[in-house]
Design a protein. Sequence first.
Lengths: 149, 168
Amino acid sequence: MPVNNETPYFEDIEVGTNLPVLEKRPDEVQLFAFSAATWDTHRIHWDTPYTKNEEHMEDILVHGHLQGSFLGQVVTDWAGPRSRLRKLGFQNRGMAYPNDVLTCTGKVTEKSLDGNVGIVTCELWVENQHGGHPTTGEAVIELPLRDSA
Amino acid sequence: MPVDPQIMNEARSYIGRTSQAQGTLITRRDIRRFSIAVGDLNPLWRDDEYAKQAGYDGVIAPPLFYCNFNLPDEDLHQLEHSGLGGNMGVRFEVPVPGYPGAVTGGRTLEYGDPIRPGDTISSEEKVIDVYEKEGRSGPMIFIISQTTYTNQEDKVVLVERQTTIRTE
């Protein structure tokens, strides 16, 4: 999904507006790269025999933090360069495995004014190919007002 | 069935305890590698001119960039067989004998100044609350901690609140 080079105006967003969908299919290479970039030596993200035989899991796991990063990307891709992220929360509720199809998106649940900026609250989620939600979250974003451009 | 009151008292005595992590210098390369690993090629993290037009000094770090970067780098032989290190912050020092399971219940991040290449980020984690809850598979001990990340100008870049759930 291309980055939104424009930031939407607060006035143009409605409660119920759907955020664009970001599809991720993290494979073993991506899991390795994320472990490397975050210096995460935990075997459950790269050592398949250990994870299956000793941790008794189905497969190596997509990092909870990587899924959180996907939700962060949904927000920053949509809100564009002139937005400011105030808050982001996420909860890892279930497992995600390499080559899962993770559909990452959200929707606007609230909007309000705070002085001369608009505040938009969004619900976020990662949905897998089975309809499950391994990770959910929420974000509070500042968007500019059309009139104060 | 409730948690042994003696265990809860001992665990709750850790409320207010802190752990610190020394300054980590953030480089352009750290930010680039993190964003490539996520698959997030937003020019805000990669293109100084684009970032300046958005009102920043230059590229900034994406919102989840802070992950793990203030953990101490232990020798490999100090790691457990699982690959996990021993020093993962004060929330894991709260004594909960008989509750070896640990799950992260969720995190909330509140943002301050952006993180930029060349910044030195330090952090302090504090145990905020400890309480028990009855779950479907038994009693659980909830540990709430808050980590404040600051830059070299003592400006807050991030406040992270996390819930760690300890189970039998």
